[in-house]
Write a protein that binds this ligand. Structure first.
Ligand SMILES: C[S@@+](CC[C@H](N)C(=O)[O-])C[C@H]1O[C@@H](n2cnc3c(N)ncnc32)[C@H](O)[C@@H]1O
Length: 281
């Protein structure tokens, strides 16, 4: 029987030889999931023997990672903000940069405020669920054009005991007319279709193009979100949008045209413009 360290070292080398830059951390995460143990446990017990059936299962996971499948899809879960979400190939993997939207929203509204919110393009539901978990008097609606994504968002809402506070609708933003909201949030697809080919293999090969592609200029869905939110927001209500790093100037123009006041634009962890907060006038 081999020990954990030997099996891990072999996997790391194999992934590195196949251009997986995060080979070390990826192998360790996969090993933790096979052993159902924490990383601390793994490090402390690295010389323990590991059964052959576990080695075989681990090698299967490594093989999937070698083909660039993201760890989150292999493990069917992703940590975001303070929670873990179920994810699969039907939804975008929640990104750390999107946590900036959550941080901003939570810092603007206090614990006992009552608010009606709409999440456009909910995907896994990570945004609306993270907000509602921290704000017990908020209730919300989440929409997505993708039926399979909505199933996952509903599953996540149930897992986080929020199924009674979020309603889900399968709808494209342009066909959605229901209600009036104090706050609308959206992380729409905003990548220009010609730039998709420059994305990392993990992203372009596995994540849904419906969640990534924003048409020929990247603004197709963003424009719809801005226009529709202008009708669905109460006067004084806020729109919080995630945008591409190079979309700030055009977004400001679009927002002014639809009678919003731009409160601020926040940078992401890589110091690129990423989150716009504006008020419906
Ligand atoms: C970038 S993903 C965001 C997912 C999730 N909100 C997040 O931040 O991780 C964009 C989502 O918008 C959905 N979508 C794309 N076009 C849409 C449209 N016209 N109307 C509503 N949702 C749309 C996609 O299916 C996808 O789930």
């Amino acid at each position: 029987m081999e020990n954990i360290n030997t099996v891990l070292l072999r996997a790391k080398k194999y992934l590195l030889n196949n251009s997986i830059k995060s080979a070390t951390i990826d192998s360790e995460i996969l090993m933790c999931s096979v052993l159902k143990k924490s990383r601390e446990h793994l490090i402390i017990n690295i010389l323990d023997k590991i059964e052959d059936d576990k080695i075989n299962f681990f090698n299967e996971l490594v093989e999937r990672r070698k083909k660039n499948e993201p760890i989150a899809y292999i493990l069917k879960k992703k940590d975001f903000w303070k929670s873990t979400f179920y994810v699969d190939k039907n939804v975008l993997i929640p990104r750390p940069d999107t946590e900036i939207l959550i941080e901003e929203i939570l810092s603007n509204y206090c614990k006992n405020q009552k608010l009606s919110i709409l999440d456009i393009g909910t995907g896994s539901g990570c945004i609306i669920i993270s907000i509602l978990k921290d704000r017990p008097n908020f209730k919300g609606i989440a929409i997505d054009v993708c039926r399979n994504a909505l199933k996952i968002a509903k599953y996540n809402a149930k897992m986080h005991q929020l199924e009674n506070r979020i309603k889900f609708y399968k709808s494209s933003v342009d066909n959605f007319f229901k209600g009036k909201y104090d706050l609308i949030i959206s992380n729409p697809p905003y990548i220009n279709k010609f730039n998709l080919k420059y994305l990392e293999k993990d992203v372009i090969g596995f994540e849904p193009s419906l969640a990534l592609e924003g048409g020929i200029d990247g603004f197709t869905v963003l424009k719809k979100v801005i226009k529709k939110s202008s009708r669905l927001l109460r006067i004084g209500g806020k729109l919080v949008l995630e945008i591409g790093f190079d979309q700030k100037f055009k977004i400001k123009e679009l927002l002014k045209k639809e009678k919003y006041f731009v409160n601020k634009i926040i940078k992401d962890y890589g110091n690129r413009d990423r989150c716009v907060i504006c008020t419906k006038l």
